[in-house]
Ligand binder design. Structure first.
Ligand SMILES: [Zn+2]
Length: 320
């Protein structure tokens, strides 16, 4: 029997990455292009081109059984609709059927948070687990819920907006319009806000030195680097971010009783700097027996989570 291959496509605001992936999660060929500026038609054309090139490259290696599309944004799962995407010119686009009719291959689509979590279940840190919460810590927080082995999508496919769970009702305003959302307290925007505030009080901080003396230039990786070198201001920042991360994780552990909480995304690079204050909060506040079984671990797939998750979606859907 020919090897079964899925084409996974990760459609982001700056890059479109895609790969042919076999059922074991081996990437056979991959491509990455800049997301074209302009209209939704331009982006759809670029997606079509990249899938076409991969489909041709797969002809010698096996049989392409389907296409998986991952999009940052709100998805209507049943309709295959991208309802809204913060960084792409998509508004109520039937992306799934457009791609499906172009290639005549079974096509599935989900949001990036769900797919990163599914990818970790199939090929990464969550292999073998059946109840999983995935959190992708970037500028905001993407998330996915695997509930008794299956992605939990809710009524329209837009469940798992854990990033917009309110954890500090009088906190800073979030991009969604609400206040004190999890992602506004515990992800990239909070990290930069706090670091900029704290270096004002401590001009000696290594963070400021790494930023060339100007707080405006501070980036997340600079705060991580300073923290890894033991800089007190950076450790304070991670202590506070980790506290709020722990509060949010405490809530999801109490609600879902998962075996695993998988932390990925750029801020996952901070590793124990952020995880150890989180674990302290979970240990102090989360209910028994939920906290005894819930392990908080780092994701495995790094920046391949998107394409591998999109490919996993194809195998997952075709197997059910
Ligand atoms: Zn929000």
């Amino acid at each position: 029997m020919a090897r079964q291959i899925a084409i996974g496509v990760d459609i982001g605001g700056t890059k479109i990455a895609a790969a042919t992936v076999d059922i074991e999660g081996r990437m056979l060929s991959s491509l990455k292009i800049d997301t074209p500026g302009g209209t939704s038609d331009d982006v759809v054309t670029a997606i079509g081109d990249i899938v076409k090139r991969l489909n041709e490259s797969a002809l010698n290696t096996g049989e392409v059984v389907g296409i998986g599309l991952g999009v940052a944004g709100t998805i209507n799962w049943k309709e295959g609709l991208v309802v809204q995407s913060p960084n792409l010119p998509f508004s109520n686009i039937r992306l799934r059927s457009i791609v499906e009719s172009k290639f005549g291959l079974s096509t599935f689509m989900d949001n990036d948070g769900n797919l990163a979590t599914l990818g970790e279940k199939y090929y990464g840190a969550a292999r073998g687990a059946r109840n999983i919460i995935g959190l992708t810590l970037g500028t905001g927080i993407g998330a996915g819920i695997i509930f008794d082995g299956c992605l939990y999508r809710g009524a329209t496919g837009s469940a798992a907006e854990i990033g917009h769970m309110v954890i500090q009702a009088t906190g800073p305003q979030c991009t969604c319009g609400s206040y004190g959302c999890f992602e506004e307290m515990a992800a990239g925007r909070a990290l930069l806000r706090l670091a900029k505030e704290k270096v004002k009080q401590n001009r000696e901080s290594l963070i400021l030195e790494l930023a060339g003396g100007d707080a405006k230039n501070i980036t997340g990786p600079m705060v991580t680097e300073a923290g890894q070198m033991g800089d007190k201001t950076a450790l304070d920042v991670f202590g506070e971010i980790g506290f709020w991360l722990g509060i949010g994780i405490n809530n999801v552990i109490n609600i879902f009783n998962p075996e695993l909480v998988v932390i990925g995304g750029g801020m996952g690079d901070a590793g124990e700097l952020i995880l150890s204050p989180s674990r302290k909060v979970i240990d102090e506040r989360t209910l028994h027996p939920n906290k005894d079984v819930a392990e908080v671990v780092l994701a495995d797939l790094g920046n391949q989570a998107g394409v591998l998750g999109a490919a996993a979606l194809v195998f997952d859907e075709l197997s059910t």
